[in-house]
Write a protein that binds this ligand. Structure first.
Ligand code: FES
Ligand SMILES: [Fe+2]
Length: 445
């Protein structure tokens, strides 16, 4: 395996060395690995817990179950959001049992201990029955760090992890032009799936699967290797820029007629696709020009601060260890896997889609069809394989999960063999190895 060579498609400014650690099946199937991740990985990273729009009034609560853990985010009287472990300090009962709640106080269902929104215990039964006097005012819910970026709320279990904005670097800066702060989460989809959480992480750390798994994208997204730019950052996160509004260079679409659906997109921007027959690659530049000219009058005021690249291309941001933000000018997709509470061969897959609040727009085209441009227009949880869509492209990615998990269990599988373009997978696993081993992650800034 040679993953040491740096292919030119890695931006020289954003490349990271790798060691070539073997990537064997154990990490996908063993309970020991899972336990090490629970102990040494998950407490050390920020977790996306909610969108800010879910918190309207003080007392609004969003619960985030993660593995065996459960965290509640609570809107405070001053408008800020605090995060607490969802466990009663009395004898450990879970406090909030639903996905969301709206309360004046947080009251435990076991012995009615009652907490203010800031986590302070305010009422207990038989307060004089405690050595040292009533615990009220002295006992607090166990608090975690909580912070926001863009439209999102994050929490973190460890006080030594870098502050959220530092931890997210370089994305707050790189994504600024999209102006996502007020984007609306229209889809909140999730499912239980029969594979380890890292199977889909690996999938999002490469574009090698596109021609096989997503052949329909080839007439709209250029997945040709020389045209795709990969970036790896010291933070452990990475990214991939893929040219959009341009067919793949893997197939000769560039000297033919403009293929569908690119022809329709051209017409939508008042461009006659026929003018680009024989040189279809040039359409991308024409669409940039048309979007700049026509976008603001169509309500796309957010185009103004976007670079040309952002106006037409796809920016896949893969944050270590388990969060992907896929950016296009009109859609932000959050794609994520989280571990199952007990089984290393299962996970929870989540897919959120956010859209800019374009004035006058009532509906948006989502990966599951047209939906109202409203907060949480579609919220659903399913079991993968039951025929409920997680989004057209996501369904295709998920379709390999179970069979890959099965193959990884074979005695015949000896470890991954990666081409240069899958270096991001290699880097991911080496960081993971360091976290799990409890040593300083290599190259981590
Ligand atoms: S466990 Fe919560 S009040 Fe007893
Ligand atoms: Fe994919």
């Amino acid at each position: 395996m040679n993953v040491q060579s740096t292919a030119s498609r890695y931006s020289p400014d954003f490349d990271m060395p790798v060691r070539g650690d073997p990537i064997t099946a154990e990490r996908y199937i063993s309970k020991e690995w899972m336990d090490l991740e629970t102990k040494n990985l998950w407490p050390k990273v920020w977790h996306l817990g909610a969108v800010i729009a879910e918190f309207e009034e003080p007392g609004d609560i969003v619960r985030h179950n993660f593995g065996k853990e459960s965290v509640i985010m609570v809107k405070q009287e001053d408008g800020s959001i605090k995060a607490f472990y969802n466990a009663c300090p009395h004898r450990g009962n879970r406090l909030i049992l639903g996905e969301q709640a709206s309360v004046a106080k947080i009251t435990c269902a076991y012995h009615s201990w009652t907490y203010d929104l800031d986590g302070t215990l305010t009422k207990v039964q038989d307060p004089d029955d405690f050595e040292g006097g009533s615990p009220c005012g002295k006992v607090h819910l166990s608090e975690l760090r909580c912070d926001t970026w863009g439209p999102f709320v994050f929490w973190c279990m460890d006080d030594d992890v870098a502050p959220l904005h530092e931890w997210l670097a370089p994305f707050p800066e790189r994504l600024k032009g999209y102006g996502v702060d007020n984007w609306v989460r229209v889809l909140k989809l999730s499912c239980d799936a029969d594979f380890n959480w890292k199977i889909i992480r690996d999938n999002f750390n490469e574009s090698y699967h596109l021609p096989t798994i997503h052949p329909e994208l080839s007439t709209f997204i250029n997945d040709g290797l020389p045209d795709t730019l990969f970036e790896m950052y010291p933070s452990g996160h990475n990214a991939m820029w893929m040219k959009g509004h341009q067919a793949t260079t893997r197939v000769d679409y560039h000297t033919t007629e403009v293929p569908a659906p690119l022809d329709d997109v051209a017409r939508a921007w008042e461009i006659d696709p026929a003018e680009y027959n024989g040189h279809t690659g040039d359409l991308r530049a024409a669409i940039i020009e048309a979007k700049r000219r026509l976008g603001p009058s169509r309500g796309y005021t957010n185009y103004e601060n976007m670079s040309d690249q952002q106006l037409v291309d796809y920016f896949h941001c893969t944050l270590f260890p388990n969060l992907t933000l896929t950016m296009s000018p009109e859609q932000l997709q959050v794609l994520r896997t989280e571990p199952h509470p007990t089984d290393p061969e299962k996970c929870i897959f989540q897919h959120w889609c956010l859209y800019p609040p374009v004035e006058g727009m009532k509906e948006v085209v989502t990966p599951i069809g047209n939906e109202p441009l409203e907060h949480d227009a579609v919220v659903r949880h399913s079991v993968y394989g039951d025929g409920v869509s997680l989004g057209f492209v996501a369904d295709q990615d998920l379709s390999i999960g179970t069979s890959q998990q099965q193959g990884l269990n074979s005695r015949g599988f000896k470890g991954c063999i990666l081409p240069g373009q899958e270096k991001r997978i290699q880097r991911f696993h080496e960081l993971l190895n360091d976290y799990v081993a409890g040593v300083e992650p290599a190259g981590k800034a």
